[in-house]
Ligand binder design. Sequence first.
Ligand code: ZN
Length: 296
Amino acid sequence: MTLPTTHVSFPAGAVTGESTVLAVHPLDGGRYAVVTGATPFHPLDHTWPDQPADLGTLTVDGVELAVVDCLTGAVGPDGGQVLVGADIPVRRGDEEWSWLVLHVLAADPGDIVGRSAALAVDAGRRGALSASHSGCHLLALALNEALAPRWRKDPGRTDAFGHPDFDSLAMASSVMDTEASTDTYRLGKSLRKKGFTAEATEEFPALADALPELTEAVNRRLAGWVAADAAVRIDVPGPELTARREWNCELPEGAARIFCGGTHLHHLGELAELCTELRLSEDGSELVAVTRPKRA
Ligand SMILES: [Zn+2]
């Protein structure tokens, strides 16, 4: 089966669309995946599964079908089987492969290939996930700034504001849900070798003791950015699911950019508040930031 890489409209914020059904593919557990030429649905990414799938409906010939999950699928250069999620043996974007948004249905939709489908994403859930995802990127920038004095040397990677990029250098996992973004950072040997200092020095207390002060500094910065109602947009080099997209936010300090495959708010004034909570594991090896957006 040869299928073109799915075109996606979620980066611009779309939650509805209309497209032709190109294929229906049976999945494990009696479920079915519907492939369309284009879609507003954001699928779970198989390489970096940070933002959960969109849910919603797909309506064909007046029959509304519930989309119970949305996954990333891929077909190899030989046009064989549709592989799903973790079964895909290559990284996202491999140009030899076709990359598909799979709208997962709980039951066989019948013969709908070639029909037109009206696609509708659960907009409330999408809005909450977008708020969490925007919060995640802002936390990264605010945390990098607050931790900047703790670098003994230049780790060779800085963020958009020129601060050592603690967020990407220490990141173990990043997971969003409709309530919050949870970012887990590993404070191991390799981070130390790159120059990060968690211990007390003459200039600052140990990380564990500095946590309340750091949290306050991060939250002060986040509150300022929300109050500034900064504009957010996704730069899209092409319509394909696999295009290398970039999150842009016009913060008072300057334009911030982060590569990102997810969905976002349009401006930070959509939030009433953005607040993070920092926790250090008992042995000091892991820092967890839980960042909660409150929508206006
Ligand atoms: Zn992102």
